[in-house]
Design a binder for this molecule. Structure first.
Ligand code: SAM
Length: 216
């Protein structure tokens, strides 16, 4: 299929992987997945560098079963949304959080087809944008980002670095340096922090990540 020639949500979905793909991946549990981490240290470091406070409305797009939501609740955040295409992923996080799960807004939706109904002060994306390997899918992503944020909002993004793996969860990814991410985000978003992380997967592989934070 020539994804670039088609102009509907199904294209972007097929590029990023279907809900079935991700439900199947999480069906093996989250702690064996390559992106698993017990503590979202790099995310929290970037949020601190952006001076994010607990009052900020935060959305973790493609948050899956990430422990970022646990860390945000522990920090006193009261307005946290986790969005993911995989209901199975969110169910893992909800089970882990037990009663605290009701303190979180959960959205099962394909990000590249999503129409936000409100805005957030902080957009967090660890390892989702890099699945968008067509201009069309990235355009959809930036439409959602624009509609989900206002002036002054922060976007914290992590992708595989240029020397990172070419695939994640069996899907091809695009790899970025901070300046390449800045070029994607465009002049509306000013880069305010960047980092590099050597993530060690549960199987022991090292995956270089690029982190970048932007302010709108
Ligand atoms: C590599 S995992 C990273 C998960 C999480 N951000 C973390 O750091 O643990 C990618 C996540 O993006 C989700 N995802 C992939 N494509 C998506 C899409 N089009 N819309 C929403 N979520 C998507 C997957 O279900 C999965 O949870």
């Amino acid at each position: 299929m020539d994804a670039e020639r088609l102009h509907n949500g199904a294209v972007a979905n097929s590029v990023a992987g279907t809900a079935e793909h991700w439900d199947e991946a999480y069906g093996h549990g989250d702690s064996t997945r390559g992106w698993y981490q017990t503590r979202p240290a790099a995310s929290l470091r970037m949020l601190d560098r952006c001076s994010v406070t607990p009052e900020a409305g935060v959305i973790d797009v493609g948050g899956g079963a990430s422990t970022l939501v646990d860390a945000l609740l522990a920090r006193g955040h009261t307005d946290v949304t986790v969005l993911d295409i995989s209901a199975a992923a969110l169910a893992i996080a909800q089970r882990r959080l037990e009663a605290n799960a009701i303190r979180v807004e959960w959205q099962v939706v394909d990000l590249v087809q999503w129409q936000p109904e409100r805005t957030y002060g902080v957009w967090h994306d660890r390892a989702v944008f890099h699945f968008l390997t067509t201009a069309h899918a990235r355009h959809r992503y930036f439409q959602a980002l624009r509609d989900a944020t206002g002036p002054g909002a922060v976007a914290v993004i992590a992708t595989f670095a240029p020397d990172g793996p070419e695939q994640c969860s069996g899907l091809p990814v695009a790899r970025y340096s901070p300046s390449e991410l800045a070029a994607q985000f465009g002049s509306r978003w000013k880069i305010i922090a960047e980092d590099r992380e050597e993530h060690t997967t549960p199987a022991g592989a090292v995956q270089p990540f690029t982190w970048a934070a932007f302010r709108r």
